[in-house]
Design a protein around this ligand. Structure first.
Ligand SMILES: [Fe+2]
Length: 395
């Protein structure tokens, strides 16, 4: 195990109908709340009304910022930040999926610390600006996928440069997450499937990128993968099953909370390879992960075969004793699983051709440089040519 620090400071408030408690909860953090959410006209509109009513009933003033995009743009987040400052808000209520919650984290911390949201992201060799604090955030997830509702991470994109990047800050961890499965019930079939696969991507990212060994983290991860697989199958048979929605919500939260990687926190190569797809083509992140995962697993199996083999044996029924053979079966089994769930997608399925492969690979190694030249961090340094190869395997 590598040394680590970990805590889980978010108060998790779970249960059907509990979104109506937002007023009482928010009153503990201030008198004026900004609700940050997607553009009007979605199935969330009635929930926004419910949240506003509860806040006003508890005596809070409310400012609503709509229009956060599914890939949140730094420029939009900066507008929201200006509004937050001008209105002298005290807290942000992030009502939406990972994009809204990520965006809200940048609003809360940039409003407190100054500058622009993009100043704080990881970008090549530059040293990102550091926050000095953040206004409190309460998250109300409308989908189980990103795990953003209880963690420090956040991804935004720069619409002017077609770059997408991330940062982490403990200041931005939500104080409270209200996880109400009645809100999650209305997520449509294709988004439910893609979100389950995004959760899977978080569970396997560190499992397959670190050379450190931590049996505790492995068993936590494997347990959550098995729980996810089970409930993935159940939810596509009944999208409105509250119990199953609740189980998936926990997979989302704890699958990207750090507990899945205690003692072997690594890097995030699969996510790095996906980011340009979202940045150039506005592909929703979870759909991008559906496309990238099997290809990444296929190309990287020989980089760290004993760990790929362990996952293949423990979660995908592989019995081969040779590590390299078992490792090479992981992508086969994962592809079969995606297809069984009717969730498999290629780049051509999402309308993306090969014309930007070189450019996107170049962006990955420039924005997220690894220790070797012209590479990004992974279980071994991943070169630009290898990233192009991974994109080719996604076709
Ligand atoms: Fe993700």
């Amino acid at each position: 195990m590598t040394p680590f620090e970990w805590n889980f400071p978010t108060k998790l408030t779970y249960g059907p109908g509990r979104v109506s408690e937002i007023g009482q909860i928010a009153a503990q953090y201030g008198k004026k709340a900004m609700i940050a959410t997607y553009a009007k006209g979605s199935s969330l509109d009635p929930v926004v009304d419910k949240v506003e009513t509860s806040l006003r009933a508890a005596g809070l003033d409310v400012v609503i910022f709509t229009g956060i995009e599914p890939n949140p743009r730094a420029q939009t987040i900066d507008q929201a930040t200006e509004l937050f400052v001008a209105e002298q808000c005290d807290l942000v209520i992030a009502l939406g999926g990972g994009s809204v919650i990520d965006g809200s984290k940048y609003i809360a911390a940039t409003a407190f610390s100054g500058g622009k949201s993009w100043d704080y992201v990881v970008l090549g060799e530059r040293t990102p600006r550091e926050y000095t604090g953040a206004f409190p955030i309460i998250s109300i997830p409308s989908i189980s996928a990103a795990g953003s509702e209880c963690n420090a991470g956040g991804v935004i994109q720069n619409a002017e440069t077609n770059e997408k990047s991330f940062s982490r800050s403990p200041y931005r961890i939500p104080k409270v997450a209200i996880v109400d499965p009645e809100i999650l019930q209305s997520v449509p079939m294709h988004l439910t499937k893609e979100s389950c696969i995004d959760i899977f991507s978080h569970l396997v990212e560190h499992y397959l990128s670190s050379h450190a060994e931590s049996e505790f983290a492995d068993r936590m991860t494997e347990g959550m993968i098995l729980c996810l697989m089970d409930n993935f199958e159940k939810i596509i048979n009944n999208l409105e099953d509250l119990e199953v929605r609740g189980q998936l919500a926990l997979c989302s939260i704890f699958g990207w909370s750090g507990i899945q990687a205690l003692g072997r926190l690594g890097c995030i190569p699969m996510h790095s390879v996906e980011m340009p797809l979202s940045a150039y083509y506005d592909l929703p992140h979870a759909r991008g992960m559906v496309v990238v995962i099997p290809a990444y697993l296929e190309h990287m199996a020989d980089a760290i075969p004993h760990r790929f083999a362990k996952l293949a044996r423990r979660c995908f029924g592989v019995t081969e004793t040779d590590d390299l053979v078992a490792a090479n079966l992981l992508h086969v089994r994962v592809r079969e699983w995606f297809k069984r769930m009717d969730a498999f997608l290629t780049l051509s399925d999402v309308g993306i051709g090969e014309d930007k492969f070189e450019q996107m690979a170049e962006d990955v190694v420039r924005m997220f440089p690894g220790s070797a030249p012209e590479s990004t961090a992974g279980p071994r340094p991943i070169t630009k040519d290898e990233i192009v190869r991974i994109y080719q395997l996604c076709k």
